[in-house]
Design a protein around this ligand. Structure first.
Ligand code: HEC
Length: 456
């Protein structure tokens, strides 16, 4: 009897403390976790940008029934930190727009499942955030559609060279050029350059074909001719590399005014080098992707520059890129920086055998500047990571990129069973060939760069 009473008291005390603390401390664990009160705010802030109709993911997490039918897997993927997708280790370096749940958010999602994943009071549901329509950045000033492309059933690994011509009344400036996939679950990646014509040398930028299949048309010169890229006299216009890139889950980066951006010629074309379509299912699909342009008021003051370590880059991969079956293979690439630079954005790149990736710079005085660590490589989430503030790398520093490949059958992404020798093939983008690249966007260093915030 006495004992029971005491227990009741302490229970009452516990509930009382929980109530008090849940009123005063936002990090306290609610007595009962419900969808409307606790779960929806986490999902809306961290997940529905992709998990909504028309988002990158196949299923939505907007309504109670959406979330309830995925409750157990939500708890699992968040606890394992597989979702939201953010492969970079936040304890090593932090980046703009990093997608991370707090420990508290993760515990809430776990407890929701333990508490029977109930809905909670309907009137407590927070409003759904307004999603950008047709862009991950905002409202573009102009949209240029690609020619729609028909993907046949069960097609895999299509690599297309696509021309997206344009003509403007005057020279203009773009702050950002964004690629938006039509079928975002089959478009794997895009790497796009800009063709810039001298106005008088090209009569019609719209002539020629728009799409060439790189497997059928093996030589690039033939492909360029089919697309009608040369000037009227057969010479070639100038090409500006990497102005429009797309990888799953990546939104383009708008830098502060005066940094980055592009001059758009009156006559030109975007040349999407290797629009890569992954596997399609049993139905044929039409992909209608497009390009968004965000104009800039002023010319780019400090245009970005770019170089890459590794495959096709400024420094070789060592010891080599022959990845023998049933082995773990470490590789690295090292580059000595010839002048002071300010790094803005980095992009590690490997394919399906990637296991981990790390990059840092060794200063001449021996100090280390951390760049990125990806302990668990994920082929699907290859972001362009932008630092919160520019990172100064002094002249004479060595940038080191290190990767490990897993060519064993334990690697569930291994494209071959049993494992086979995999190598790089002249920068082949095919996901069954390998690559090792560390791509760096930078500016020549200026005093004070390291204090410039890149967050918008
Ligand atoms: C950047 C986009 C993006 C964000 C943000 C995101 N997801 Fe995902 N999620 C995906 C994609 C893509 C998949 C792969 C499946 C697909 O294509 O539908 C996926 C898969 C999943 C799966 C299924 C995993 C499996 O193996 O079956 C769950 C569960 C999930 N996400 C939950 C979440 C939760 C919870 C959040 C927020 C905390 C979140 N996701 C944030 C894009 C995203």
């Amino acid at each position: 009897m006495r004992l029971k009473k005491k227990k009741n008291n302490s229970l009452a005390l516990l509930i009382f403390t929980l109530l008090i603390s849940s009123c005063t401390n936002k990090d306290a664990m609610p007595y009962k976790v419900t969808f409307t009160e606790h779960v929806a705010p986490i999902l809306y802030k961290n997940c529905t940008i992709c998990h909504r109709p028309g988002g990158t993911a196949h299923f939505s997490l907007i309504t109670y029934s959406d979330a309830r039918s995925n409750a157990a897997s939500i708890a699992y993927v968040t606890k394992e930190r597989m979702m939201p997708p953010w492969p970079a280790d936040p304890h090593y370096t932090e980046f703009v727009g990093q997608r991370l749940l707090s420990e508290h958010d993760i515990s809430i999602l776990q407890k929701w499942v333990i508490d029977s994943a109930t809905e909670g009071p309907k009137d407590k549901l927070v409003p759904l955030p307004a999603f950008p329509i047709g862009s991950l950045i905002g409202t573009p000033d102009m949209r240029i559609p690609l020619q729609p492309y028909l993907l046949k059933p069960y097609s895999s690994d299509k690599f297309l060279l696509i021309k997206v011509p344009f003509q403007f009344p005057n020279d203009t400036f773009a702050a950002l050029i964004e690629f938006m996939p039509g079928r975002n679950n089959v478009v794997h990646h895009v790497n796009g350059d800009m063709v810039k014509y001298d106005f008088d040398k090209k009569s019609n930028v719209f002539a020629g074909e728009r799409i060439v299949d790189m497997v059928e048309d093996s030589t690039i010169i033939l492909a360029f001719q089919k697309l009608g890229l040369p000037n009227d006299d057969g010479s070639y216009p100038t090409l500006q590399k990497s102005v429009v890139n797309y990888l799953p889950g990546v939104s383009g980066q708008l830098y502060p005014d005066g940094i980055g951006g592009y001059k758009l010629p009156r006559k030109g074309a975007f040349l999407l080098n290797d629009l890569h379509y992954g596997f399609t299912g049993k139905d044929s699909l039409i992909d209608s992707s497009y390009i968004n342009i965000f104009f800039a008021k002023t010319p780019p003051g400090r245009p970005l520059k770019e170089f890459q370590l590794g495959t096709l880059g400024v420094s070789p991969v060592e010891p080599d890129m022959f990845i023998q079956p049933n082995t773990l293979k470490p590789v690295s690439s090292r580059f000595i920086v010839p002048a002071d630079i300010s790094i803005l954005t980095i992009n590690p790149h490997m394919h399906l055998l990637g296991k981990s990736f790390k990059a840092y710079a060794l200063k001449p005085d021996g100090d280390t500047i951390r760049l990125i660590s990806i302990p668990r490589w994920d082929f699907n989430w290859q972001y362009f990571y932008t630092f919160k503030k520019m990172v100064k790398i002094p002249k004479g520093s060595t940038i080191v990129a290190e990767g490990v490949y897993d060519n064993t059958k334990k690697n569930i992404n291994n494209p071959f069973s049993p494992p086979r020798l995999v190598r790089d093939q002249n920068g082949s983008m095919r996901s069954t060939d390998e690559m090792f690249q560390f791509i760096i966007s930078y500016l020549p260093y200026r005093e004070g760069d390291e204090n410039i915030s890149l967050e918008r």
